[in-house]
Design a binder for this molecule. Structure first.
Ligand SMILES: Cc1cc2nc3c(=O)[nH]c(=O)nc-3n(C[C@H](O)[C@H](O)[C@H](O)COP(=O)(O)OP(=O)(O)OC[C@H]3O[C@@H](n4cnc5c(N)ncnc54)[C@H](O)[C@@H]3O)c2cc1C
Length: 236
C-alpha cells in the first residue's frame, strides 16, 4: 500500500483498517469520494485487530431483516471479488445443527424467516447432514442448511476492498498510530499521528475495540464512549 509519507491534508480520515475501515473506504470511494486517507496502527492488513482473528464464516440468516440484508449484501459483494487472482470467498454453504427438539423448532423458524428475507435455507434430516459431514453425531435431530453462506479469511476481503478503494482514490498507511485530534471551536481540524498531523474536517473512527480511546481524543465522556461502542443507536 502507500508509503508512510503522510499527506498534510485529506478530505476525510478513516481511523483503522479492519473490515469496517476498509469497507467504509471502499463504499465512500464507490460513491465518488476522493482524497480519503486510512491510517492504521498495525501492519496492513494483518493489523492485530479483531478482523485478523475473525474465523471468517458469514452466516446470513438473522431474525433482523436489516442484519440479514447486510449479510446477504456482503456475501454477494465478496463472492464477486478476487485477491491475488484467487476468489475472496468460498461458497461452502453452512450447517447449523440441532441437538434438542427446541433447537430443531428454532431452526425451522429460522428457515422460515430466512426465506422471507430472500435467503434460501432448508431443515435437513440427520442422515442428510451426515452426507455433508460424515463425522456428525448420530444424536443430532437435524440441521439448517443454507447453501449460499460463505467462508473466507477475513483479512482477504478487507484487503480486496482496500485495493479497490485505492484504485478509486483512497490511500492506506500502515504503522501509523492516531494519538490525538486538533480541535478548534468544538470541531476537529486535524488528526495527530505518530507520523505527523493531517488537516481534515471529517474523521471516521473505525477503531473497533479501541473506539472509546479514539472518542476520548475528541473529548467524548467515557460513559458515552462505552455506550456508543456497545449500543446500536447514538445517544440524543
Ligand atoms: C469474515 C468475517 C466473519 C465474521 N464473523 C463473525 C461472527 O460469526 N460473529 C461475530 O460476532 N463477529 C464476526 N465477525 C466480526 C469480527 O469478529 C469483528 O467484530 C470485526 O472484525 C471488527 O472489525 P472492525 O474493523 O470494527 O475492528 P478491527 O478489525 O479491530 O479494526 C480496528 C482497527 O483500528 C486500528 N486502530 C485502533 N486504534 C488505532 C489508532 N489509535 N490509530 C490507528 N489505528 C488504530 C486497530 O489496529 C485495528 O486494526 C466477522 C468478521 C469478518 C470480517
Amino acid at each position: 500500500m502507500s508509503d508512510n509519507t503522510l499527506p498534510k491534508h485529506a478530505r476525510v480520515v478513516v481511523v483503522g483498517a479492519g473490515i469496517v475501515g476498509c469497507s467504509v473506504a471502499y463504499h465512500l470511494t464507490k460513491l465518488g469520494w476522493r482524497d480519503l486517507v486510512v491510517v492504521e496502527q498495525g501492519p496492513l492488513f494483518e493489523t492485530g485487530g479483531s478482523t485478523s482473528h475473525a474465523p471468517g464464516l458469514v452466516f446470513q440468516v438473522n431474525p433482523s431483516k436489516t442484519m440479514a440484508g447486510f449479510a446477504k449484501y456482503t456475501v454477494d459483494l465478496w463472492s464477486g471479488m478476487q485477491l491475488d487472482g484467487e476468489p475472496c470467498a468460498k461458497n461452502v454453504g453452512s450447517l447449523e445443527v440441532a441437538w434438542t427438539p427446541e433447537r430443531l423448532a428454532d431452526l425451522k423458524r429460522k428457515a422460515g424467516y430466512g426465506m422471507s428475507w430472500g435467503i434460501e435455507g432448508h431443515v435437513i434430516s440427520p442422515s442428510e447432514a451426515r452426507e455433508f459431514i460424515p463425522m456428525l453425531s448420530e444424536c443430532i435431530l437435524g440441521a439448517l442448511y443454507v447453501p449460499s453462506d460463505i467462508q473466507t479469511k477475513a483479512t482477504r476481503p478487507a484487503e480486496a476492498m482496500a485495493q479497490e478503494a485505492e484504485r478509486n482514490g483512497a490511500s492506506f498507511y500502515g504503522g501509523v498510530k492516531v494519538t490525538g485530534f486538533g480541535i478548534d471551536g468544538g470541531r476537529i481540524t486535524a488528526v495527530q499521528t505518530s507520523h505527523g498531523d493531517i488537516r481534515t474536517e471529517l474523521v471516521i473512527a473505525c477503531a473497533g475495540i479501541w473506539a472509546p480511546k479514539i472518542g476520548g481524543y475528541a473529548g467524548c465522556p467515557f460513559r458515552y464512549r462505552l455506550w456508543s461502542t456497545f449500543m446500536p443507536s447514538p445517544l440524543p
